[in-house]
Design a protein around this ligand. Sequence first.
Ligand code: PEP
Ligand code: MG
Length: 758
Amino acid sequence: MALTAAASAREILTRLHDVMAKRLPAQSKLNSVVEIIGTVLDSEVCSIYLLREGLLELFATRGLAQEAVHVTKLALGEGLVGTIAKNVETLNLDEAATHPDFAYRPETGEDRFHSFAGVPIIRRERAVGVLAVQHVEPRRYADVEIEALQTVAMVLSELIANADLVDSTGGATTRLQPTAAAHAHGFKLVDGMAAGVAVFHQPRITIEHTVAEDVEVERHRVYAAFDKMRDQIERMASQAEFGGGGEHDEVLATYKMFAYDEGWSRRINEAIDSGLTAEAAIERVQQRTRQRMREIDDALLRDRMHDLEDLSNRLLRIVSGQLGTAAQMGLRHDSILIARNLGPAELLEYDRRRLKGVILEEGSLTAHVTIVARAMGIPVLGRVRDIRRLIAEGDMLLLDSGEESVFIRPSPAMIEVFEAKLVVSQKRRAAFAELRGEVPVTRDGHRVTVMINAGLRDDLAALDLTGADGIGLFRTEFQFLVSATLPQREAQRRLYKDVLDSAGERPVTFRTVDIGGDKALPYLNHDADGEEENPAMGWRALRLALDRDGLMKAQARALIEAGAGKTLNIMFPMVSEPWEFDAARELFEAQRGWLAARGKKLPTEIRYGAMLEVPALAEVLDLLLPRVDFLSIGTNDLTQFLFAADRAHPKLALRYDWLSPSILRFLKRVVDQAHAAGVPIAVCGEMGGRPLEAMALIGLGIDRLSITPAAVGPIKAMVRSLDRAPLIEAMQVWLADPGRSLREPLAAWAVEHSVELA
Ligand code: PEP
Ligand code: MG
């Protein structure tokens, strides 16, 4: 009996290496393998079962009846072998027959053997077979022997995946049956449906070679990779770019802890001692950790496991020299991207034609990546647990974020259901696209202005595609969010000019940067005073811009220059008191003066507006209205402040209704006051993009909406089927004596009056 796992494994591996190098048919190689393992581990029986057509087929054995080879087949979960494969777990039993899952197969003649140990043969985290040893003596195998078996199973996984193993006569093939369909749930971040293959943002490395030619060379490779990884982490910590990845300080701290963990590097070293290549050793240690973690039911530890997985993958990528993200390698098919989290810039690196959807392990509604994906029309499902266990690279996925679910390796029945639903939604979309040329006028002749929200250069195409009346909210901070460094004034000017040029005669309202809080910029050290407890209510938007006026001045100049010869509409976010509006306007006017003094061509007119998203502003509206040229209500922020309910909190997402009396009464008061003062008023929050909510807004007297481009068709259809005057009357009655929410009466009214609600 060999003394250490490393020695046993190494002896087996050295012999396996010779077998693998030979040009032999698959069957002969497997026959040699079971002999070698059986001899070294001093086991009467050694058998290899491989998953073929969904069943675990006995492919080779030493010790069991040879007639059973290719005859004995077990389903996943059937018998000890099936249990090992199904649960991807190791079994080590002194008395196999007493195990509840034991299933006796007479053709094998295995009744003589008492002890049994089996390990899964794993490929891409799934069991593709089982390696088992049996012994006449009823004794448990020692830990070192199990370790050796597991190491050997890794090598076998390479052997069976190797193309050389497929018999040229077409007999034995190890091509595997796809694993069963699965279903995962998450949280809807961006609505939509998408089909595509799973692509990991940080691609998994498929290990090509598992047996080392020279152990010392492999050891050196791992040392060098560790050094490089530690350097990378130190750099991440010192450079702001890390924040752009949407990762947190906490993660970074855990990365650091693991990167310098002696135990981890020692275990990898030991795996190398057993004769594995650097890649295989890293993977071997990771497999063992996964196994242990599966046995521990602790959410905190599981989170840690994610971090170690990330790091282990990083180490693998360094050691194998495959460093790029999936974006850099290019998408080859319609794809659904999978990541723990992403930064907006990382998302934008992907080929938009092929990127169909995104699944995140984390993610939140106001995360930058979500805002950008929504603008790009890419469905996003967030907070999907266990992604890595459920999904493998290249798996077919059907994402339906509206249903908050994803089908993994779907069955034909699932595909049918999905496709039927997709056809309906595409038809509906095509019908809406046809409304491009139609004007949004109510049946009783009231013109509603329907504009789009935009923020990226790519969004501009949506103007013509939707036939919208203009851009009611251009979120200028998007350019800042997708840049690694602060965009220079010239880059800002170019973008603004492109926006105005593509809009042509249609109006554009530029909102000055709304950064800070949850839209922190890594390169802007805005948070020198430490973490904000409540970033949404923190030092953000206009508050930050007025304090850091260098930023605002540069933006003002870029906007004024870009608007030369045109009307320029400027809107300030998060105005809380009228003096803030005055200060911002003065800053712009000073820049206009500065440019005029230098003989620059100026806009024909600059109109200044405020966003109403802080409830306090409504109390001083009489003071604000005479100062502004227009007002736009940001219902996303406004409602979170009205209800004191974080707009990004999933547990509160459905708690308060946009159609609650408090919101609608609040809006009604503001709308009436603005109308009385003759100030144009719009709504630019997400609420306006939902047909029933938009109908309610029209019932309050709102006639300007700025919405996400995908909603333009449905909103036009709603407007064109609506009689506005009776709705306004009905609204007044409901608001005077409302129930908990106006949703029901509004929906019933819509049905009764045949209003088209998508
Ligand atoms: C809002 O708050 O409603 C709004 C339109 O601005 P943002 O979503 O960018 O905060
Ligand atoms: Mg806002």
